[in-house]
Design a protein around this ligand. Structure first.
Ligand SMILES: *Cc1c(COP(=O)(O)O)cnc(C)c1O
Length: 374
């Protein structure tokens, strides 16, 4: 069986963890946390970064930082992971779901403006498969209506829109290092603060609402409870694991891109058979986090999943439209046909550095046989 996913190991993670253990500071904000944060800030140009326990937690920090209150509206894609919406619901926000583009799972910027009301506080974008949203168009709207912009960039580490890294556009942005992502440490995340006004408070919220970080820097002579907050720090033991993977970032991305590009080149012919392939803007580059096909119907997708399974190939569909979820649909019914199209038809193929070239060729030829193309 060719598994859908195998998490990447450099093989040296254990050495980094040993170092963290011997160093003797196992809680958050130790040497490895600092090394990771410096890496992110220097490599991608993020203003200020904070390692967190997950991307979900980083999104929850965003909602607290923006002072989201009951009655506030936040525009969120429907085709996304549940945390993109949940983080704001937890603060009492009303989530307004935006539809995907017709030919791409990303939020359709052309349909956004009518969703904005006097109560709208923020737009949250999610770069599906690490393929950037139309950030300049969305930023224009954000400026015009005086909103906040958040990027859920969980899948988009290293992606670029017009020469600018994803994660640098939003006032705040988030990343994930869950086992299923390109770079991982099991569970982990990153909050990016690009707007300086949020830096000081982000540090406090992440430290249970205390000014402990300023105390440890010697800026104040005692610390106490100054704001709301929670325990959002990643253990330095996990940061050591993450740092080990970050040192291999270019290599991992290179290997993933080779696999992604081969799928794209070999399967492009399926566009003549009613299949939608990932569309990339020529001015952009992406993180090669996911390779997907969009089948014309749910039925056709089920047939392909079963066919590949019988041939020893494991594949996986992805998000189910959040507006159709049991949680949301009990209070409201809305129609977002593009999002539904991806819920029903999108299928992800195996994509990880341990996938051999022979295995990939086998996957490609098996898919072509299913569609009767050669
Ligand atoms: C994986 C993912 C998340 C959640 O990340 P965690 O680190 O598991 O909390 C959020 N949003 C998107 C788009 C994701 O792909």
């Amino acid at each position: 069986m060719i598994p859908f996913h195998i998490p990447y190991k450099t093989g040296k993670e254990i050495n980094f963890i040993s170092e963290a253990i011997n160093f003797g500071k196992w809680s958050g904000d130790g040497i490895f946390t600092k090394k990771c944060q410096t890496f992110f800030e220097e490599k991608f140009g993020f203003k200020k970064t904070f390692l967190t326990t997950s991307c979900t937690d980083a999104l929850e920090m965003c909602a607290i930082l923006l002072n989201i209150q009951p009655g506030d509206e936040v525009i969120v894609p429907s085709y996304t992971f549940v945390s993109t919406a949940n983080a704001f619901i937890l603060r009492g926000a009303k989530v307004i779901f935006a539809d995907s583009k017709k030919d791409h799972p990303n939020m359709d910027d052309a349909q956004l403006e009518p969703l904005i009301t006097p109560n709208t506080k923020a737009i949250v974008v999610m770069h599906y498969a690490g393929i950037p949203c139309q950030m300049h168009k969305i930023l224009q709207l954000v400026k015009k209506h005086n909103l906040y912009l958040i990027e859920d960039a969980a899948l988009a580490l290293g992606s670029k829109h017009h020469d600018q890294y994803t994660g640098t556009f939003g006032h705040l942005s988030t990343f994930s290092f869950h086992e299923t992502k390109n770079i991982s440490c099991g569970e982990g995340g990153l909050l990016v603060v690009n707007d300086e006004r949020f830096i000081k408070r982000a540090e406090i919220i992440r430290e249970k609402g205390t000014d402990r970080s300023a105390f440890f820097r010697g800026e104040i002579n005692k610390y106490g409870w100054v704001d709301i907050g929670s325990s959002f720090l990643m253990s330095d033991i996990l940061a050591a694991f993450l740092y080990c993977q970050l040192l291999a970032f270019e290599e991992i991305q290179h290997q993933r891109s080779e696999i992604w590009n081969k799928y794209y080149k070999e399967l492009k012919v399926l566009e003549h058979h009613g299949v939608i392939l990932p569309g990339i803007d020529l001015n952009d580059s992406h993180s090669a986090s996911i390779f997907y096909l969009v089948l014309e119907s749910n039925n056709k997708r089920s047939q392909l999943i079963q066919y590949l399974k019988d041939k020893g190939i494991q594949t996986s569909f992805h998000y189910q439209s959040l507006h159709q979820s049991a949680y949301y649909s009990k209070t409201k019914t809305i129609r977002l046909p593009n999002s539904d199209q991806f819920s029903e038809g999108l299928l992800r193929l195996p994509l990880y550095p341990d996938l051999s070239d022979e295995q990939q060729s086998y996957i490609i030829s098996t898919i072509k046989t299913f569609f009767n193309v050669h």
